[in-house]
Design a protein around this ligand. Sequence first.
Ligand code: RUB
Length: 359
Amino acid sequence: MSQRVANFFSDLRRRQQLLLPVWFEDGQVIILDQTRLPFQEHHLALRHVNEVAVAIKAMQIRGSGAIALAGAWGLYLAALTNQSTPEQIKEAGDLLKKTRPTAVNLQKTIDEITRELEPFQGEALTRTVEDRVLAIVQRQLDFEIRLGHFGAQVIGDGDTILTHCHSGALAGAGYGGRALSVLRAAVEQGKRVKVIASETRPYLQGARITAWELGQLGIPVTLITDNMSGFVLQRGMADLILVGSDRVAANGDLANKVGTYLLALAARDNVVPFYTATSSHTIDLSTPSGKEIAVEMRDPREVLLFNGAPIAPESTGAIYPSFDITPAELISGIITERGVLRPPYREKLAWLGLERETR
Ligand code: RUB
């Protein structure tokens, strides 16, 4: 590993309160195993890109930003392998892209690192991959800080925010990911906030990870089961809803953790603003609308078992769509690193997405 990578991380660590989901140390990709939170802070040391792919598929690292960065460091591992070629790095990228198909950040990050590597070989190849990976990690962190700053405008002092799944530092680059960057920035601006987190069956990202991360930040959090959100909104117990995003289509339709769509419907019925926090990297202009977004279907056993024990008769079937689509018309605002977009979204997203590609 070059001294530059070591310096990069020691510099990141010096910054206050970064919760890094993934980093690179002593020739290994280190990830905080999110399946063990909140009861154990256990780290995995991965030495081969295949191990990174397995960890992403097994949700040991998850959240759209964090899996993109894990994929990036996986490619760096591939590039460090003796005599690796651009073709081998591309193959490693294809393997990583298949692990989680919905979060476009992973796909775009892999493409960004593996594009036009053909002229490079040996040390120049490793160095090129390293340059790209470091730039991507830094950019993602900068985006989180900037979108947090813009998003904090929609948070009022004393607000209670309802969030679903986990869209925080451990789903991102370490500041606050998407939704929790907004809350973190609001607190840094002196606003008092409270959070209601839905548990997020079946992986319990809300109960296990959002609650843990908010605890680290000292932000009060109340847990509800997923089916309590309608009650909470009807009784006026939340001032706004704030979620992350795995992909935003060209028309503004949003793919996010399954259950988000129901929340958005209940928000409209109860006139509660519904926001998503995202970045230009998550806007997918090549996907016209939510209908064309590939939704990851996970193993039904993940629904039928809880902590490894069955919760239904053996003959019961199950499905597990990991994400759902919230139509653009249910979204009050899209928080990005360039500001808060208001409907109609199509032209603003086109500008932001294209602008990013030419930056
Ligand atoms: C995570 C999930 C989060 C999004 C959005 O899914 O749906 O809500 O990743 O958050 P999983 P962010 O746990 O299946 O990876 O925009 O911060 O990634």
